[in-house]
Write a protein that binds this ligand. Sequence first.
Ligand code: SF4
Length: 289
Amino acid sequence: MGDGTTGVVTLQPEEGEKVRGVASGLGSDNSLDELGRPELMEARRTGDIALVHSWEIVTAVDGPGTRMTMFLSGCPLRCQYCHNPDTMEMKTGTLERVEDVVKRIKRYKPVFRASGGGLTISGGEPLFQMAFTRRVLKAVHDEGIHTAIDTSGFLGARLTDEDLENIDLVLLDVKSGDEETYRTVTGRQLAPTIKFGDRLSAIDKPVWVRFVVVPGLTDSPENVRNVADIVGRWTNNVQRVEVLPFHNMGADKWHDLGMKYNLEDTKPPKAEDVEKIRNVFRAKRLEVH
Ligand code: SF4
């Protein structure tokens, strides 16, 4: 997922079951097992199928109301604090057909209606398997279901203006405020995220910004000021800023994957330091959580 901290989520007891758990691997769906490699590639290109990492039903995160969150595999970033490093590569998940996914989401319409919730597509990066994401967003939005994407914005240029009409809310991670720090944190450039944020602001698209406070990595006063300056340009459409304290509950996943985890010794930030950072955003007249 984009922000890297909300990988651990709570299942609501009343919606108890995971719609489909973290899946076992490529081709685990019987009918899709029969597809040959060329057909598979073609189906991924058209968005007929995608590699879905997992599903969760959550409340009070990833958007308003009760959310059905679909985590897609694949991400171009390599955030040091990522809590779902197993979604970075297109390796883990279940191949799912677009029509099955849409059918499953539609079944939850009464829950969405009652709670003011909807669908959130997260990851990984929801815009990585763009053709599939596009088709799901359109089909679900046409049904009158609220839609959100949880993204770093790095691939925002992949969304057409029509795609944006099928998205009601963008959860946008601004992981740092200058190119150098952003590259250290994510391995990629910051500019595409700013450009995407400017585009969303120009069309008044509702946005929730997320910023993760990682001691020694993203918490310098200068970096915080830079992030706040960027977000401060978007006060017309940013409905809230979520300042999220880093926690290293994802460390085990890095170890399990045999990947080097750089934040082994990093402690969560102190509550008062997080509050100070929230105040920097509040000073920009932003609603901060
Ligand atoms: S590497 Fe990708 S999935 Fe992980 S936190 Fe960064 S943007 Fe999110």
